[in-house]
Design a protein around this ligand. Structure first.
Ligand code: NAD
Ligand code: UDP
Length: 309
């Protein structure tokens, strides 16, 4: 098949491109390199089945493809809050452009949505039926509300134009190729521990997250795309940890001498998060296979190569 991956030079997108290329597909990787890098996909530059398109999805584009994995959107809070209006444009106008493209060429369209649509959840763990607790005027809303509109657009194209859509709600994902400076917790803690500087725990560290290794997530995305189930479906690892537990785990694995310091909790930071993956198990026969310790080991190896101390 000919498959378009928007955001294909980013963290998740580049791992997905690897899998699709290894399966023998023709892959079009579209990216504006806002948070993605050519390094993530350079292994495919000489392969005739691979094509790299520098393009900003807030502008329309014409391409002929069979499937679209729509991942383009900065995912880390510091990047999506750097230019919040642009983040909304990417999620609304960008998603509209990609849905328009899918409609024109009758491609199947998978939206990379997020657990952030549940906001600061008061139902725990979060099933797909939960409608969320999002602050529509807060600093995270450019992303949260942006993704909620992206889901709405996808479902309206499905109902109005019979477009074949799939919606994945992705929970915190980590692994090699995360940017060391993107401000997400796993990359921050690993980079800090390697550099021997204090690990920055925000708040008292009692807030929780559930961390999914990137290869598990990519498998889930591909199963969803090639399945009849439309979604939305949660994709994440139900193993839930406090941020303090994560800091201590990384401290032990990388550098027991590194200190922990406490910094203020960012505004609207969700207190708890754990996916209910009943639907993913039932419809996609999917569940994560890589435990946190093992996934951290691979990620730490990658960061040790990137960071010279
Ligand atoms: P990332 O920032 O590494 O990748 C996003 C990619 O999109 C980058 O390559 C970036 O350059 C590109 N991009 C951004 N704006 C663009 C634009 N206007 N036009 C074209 N390309 C653009 O993030 P990621 O972690 O790989 O996330 C990928 C997708 O998965 C995102 O849609 C994100 O919202 C979603 N997601 C990720 C996580 C996670 O924990 N990683 C969790 C939930 C949802
Ligand atoms: N966090 C932290 N220290 C850091 C970076 C993040 O304690 O250096 C916390 C952050 O406040 C949040 C959790 O870790 O509670 C996950 O943050 P991240 O930005 O990775 O993802 P998100 O908040 O979008 O789930």
């Amino acid at each position: 098949m000919r498959i378009l991956v928007t955001g294909g030079a980013g963290f998740v997108g580049s791992h997905l491109v690897d899998r699709l290329m290894n399966q023998g597909h023709e892959v079009l990787c579209l990216d504006n390199f806002y948070t993605g890098t050519k390094t993530n996909i350079k292994q495919w530059f000489n392969n005739p089945r691979f094509e790299l398109i520098r393009h900003d999805i807030t502008e329309p584009i014409r391409l002929e493809v069979d499937q679209i994995y729509h991942l383009a959107c900065p995912a880390s809070p510091i990047h999506y809050q750097f230019n919040p209006v642009k983040t909304i444009k990417v999620n609304v106008i960008g998603t509209l452009n990609m849905l328009g493209l899918a409609k024109r060429v009758k491609a199947r369209f998978l939206l990379a949505s997020t657990s952030e649509v549940y906001g600061d959840p008061d139902v725990h763990p979060q099933p797909e039926e939960y409608r969320g607790n999002v602050n529509c005027i807060g600093i995270r809303s450019c992303y949260d509300e942006g993704k909620r509109v992206a889901e709405t657009l996808a479902f309206d194209y499905y109902r109005e134009h019979k477009l074949a859509i799939r919606v994945a709600r992705i929970f915190n994902t980590y692994g090699p190729r995360m940017l060391e400076n993107d401000g997400r917790v796993v990359s921050n803690f690993i980079a800090q521990a390697i550099r021997g500087i204090p690990l920055t725990v925000y708040g008292d560290g009692s807030q929780t997250r559930s961390f999914c290794y990137v290869s598990d997530l990519v498998e889930g995305l591909m199963r969803l795309m090639n399945n009849d189930y439309v979604g939305p479906v949660n994709l994440g690892n139900p193993g839930e940890y406090t941020i303090l537990q994560l800091a201590q785990t990384i401290q032990e694995m990388v550098n027991p001498d590194a200190e922990l310091i406490y910094k203020p909790l960012p505004e609207d930071d969700p207190k708890q998060r754990q996916p209910d993956i009943t639907k993913a198990k039932h419809y996609l026969d999917w569940q994560p296979t890589i435990p946190l310790q093992e996934g951290l080991k691979f990620t730490i190896e990658d960061f040790r190569q990137k960071i010279q101390v």
